[in-house]
Design a protein around this ligand. Structure first.
Ligand code: G3P
Length: 218
């Protein structure tokens, strides 16, 4: 399972990269705004900085919601760097654009997916990735993880090449359950990745090892 970090924060991207386990990055307009990155040129320059840190797929989201402008924006984004994946929302013109990008060999990430039907459509259109939002489904009392399970099963039934990218992953159990189900990718904040390190028995065990070692070296 690939690990993507879901942020536009360069320090956090660098930290995850330095840990040696990072495969890619996902961003969206809200994450850009959170970092205070506004305006076309600043946003494009920021994507380039991310691409310099991580040699993996970097999702950059289009703002347009009509076919013509999604194509225009997506082609511009794809030209920025070979690792850019054009992130397109699950809307009618978005699906049409994904089909277009797919035929042009431009990688896509179909975002804001909340149902198995939407995920089937994204795969039929030729999306490289589909992004079901686990945490946001949980927020409205719907089991987000069940959707991941359904999509993985459906894609396997038909051999769809679209990779299941579990998004809106908020905690370690989400991540571990994604791995059990067989999601291709999880994208999550840095703290979810670093939380994987934690176990109190590891800390206690290490303290004891170091203390015992110190006894023999007095
Ligand atoms: O990848 C989608 C993600 O940014 C949404 O996360 O926590 O805002 O639902 P969240």
């Amino acid at each position: 399972m690939k690990f993507f970090i879901d942020t536009a924060n360069l320090q956090e991207i660098q930290e995850a990269h330095d840990l040696g386990v990072l495969d890619g990055v996902t961003t969206n307009p809200s994450l850009m705004a959170k970092e205070g990155i506004f305006g076309h040129d600043n946003v494009m320059a920021h994507y380039k900085k991310i691409c310099e840190i991580v040699d993996g797929d970097i999702s950059a989201e289009v703002i347009a919601t009509d076919y013509e402008n999604i194509i225009k924006e997506g082609e511009f984004l794809a030209e920025l760097h070979p690792n850019i994946v054009v992130k397109v929302p699950m809307i009618r013109d978005g699906v049409k654009a994904i089909r277009y990008f797919s035929e042009k060999g431009i990688k896509t990430n179909c975002t804001l997916v909340f149902s198995a039907g939407q995920a089937i459509l994204a795969a039929k259109a030729g999306a490289t990735y589909v992004s079901p939002f686990v945490g946001r489904l949980d927020d409205v009392s719907t089991d987000g993880m069940q959707l991941i399970d359904q999509i993985v099963q459906i894609y396997s039934n038909y051999g769809y090449q679209t990779q299941v990218l579990a998004a809106s992953v908020r905690h370690v159990m989400h991540l571990v359950q994604c791995a059990e189900i067989g999601a291709d990718v999880v994208t999550c904040p840095l703290n979810v990745i670093t939380s994987l390190l934690n176990h109190p028995l590891t800390d206690i065990g290490l303290q004891k090892f170091l203390a015992d070692h110190a006894k023999g070296n007095k």
